[in-house]
Ligand binder design. Sequence first.
Ligand code: ATR
Length: 270
Amino acid sequence: MKATLSISGKTKIFGCISDPIEHVRAPSVFNPLFEKHGVDAVMVPLHISSKNLDNVVSGLKAMPNFGGMAITLPHKLPIMELCDQIGKQGQLVGAVNFAAFDDNRRLIGDNCDGTGFVNGMLAAGYSVANKRVLMIGSGGAARAIAFSLADSGVAELSITNRTIVKADELVNSVYKAYPDILVNSVDPDPRGYDIVLNTTSLGLKREDPLPINPEALERHQLVAEIIMNPEDTPILLAAKSRGCKIHYGRPMFDHQVAIIASLFGYDFNI
Ligand code: ATR
């Protein structure tokens, strides 16, 4: 964390906006990175209620030393109306989780969840282009990842979810945006895919059941996770014991941070 005494008149300010605010993690992630990379910047938590979002963003826009913000609930959707420009992923997902002011004080927002996942896979040496992917789950993270996988040219994106109608809806959204990709709603059977990806919350708790039958995992497959804690979730442990390659949840987070830092104007190599 940047020592308070080293904040000067030249220090650039970033925010993390949320309501409630106490749980946010971005300041604890970005401040040590600013410090580590010798960047004269600080990120502060900004507790903003929905009814005041408009006013606060106008105020921040008027502050030339305010660079941008990480965005959490409940502001991920409503802030879109206040952005002057929204990146491709933000538009497709329909939510933005970071935004920065450009040199003309225009607010540029985007969503880094899906790109963070794909960049993490690529950095680990796993390609996604032309792969057959089974994605388990259809929540917020899954939505972002689905568009990014489609954008990266997967051969097939099959989606399975406890609530089937949500998988169907996601399939339709992806198909509309990427009509050339084979995308379908399927049963939770991993056989035949190159990549099996868990985006559900199953695995956060030790006693959680597996989202698929581990006996059906095949040795040639890559099994990926987006949960960071625990590192070895039940599906990854099952995949390891079946001899599959695995990809942890942490790289997605690290690459999200790098993407946000890049919009803030900093190159934090991962
Ligand atoms: P996030 O924003 O982290 O993606 P989310 O939007 O709440 O979180 O999505 C959670 C995902 O985990 C959903 O796909 C959810 O399935 P439903 O759409 O059926 O709710 C899935 N999930 C959560 N608990 C589950 C459980 N006990 N069994 C199967 N799937 C579960």
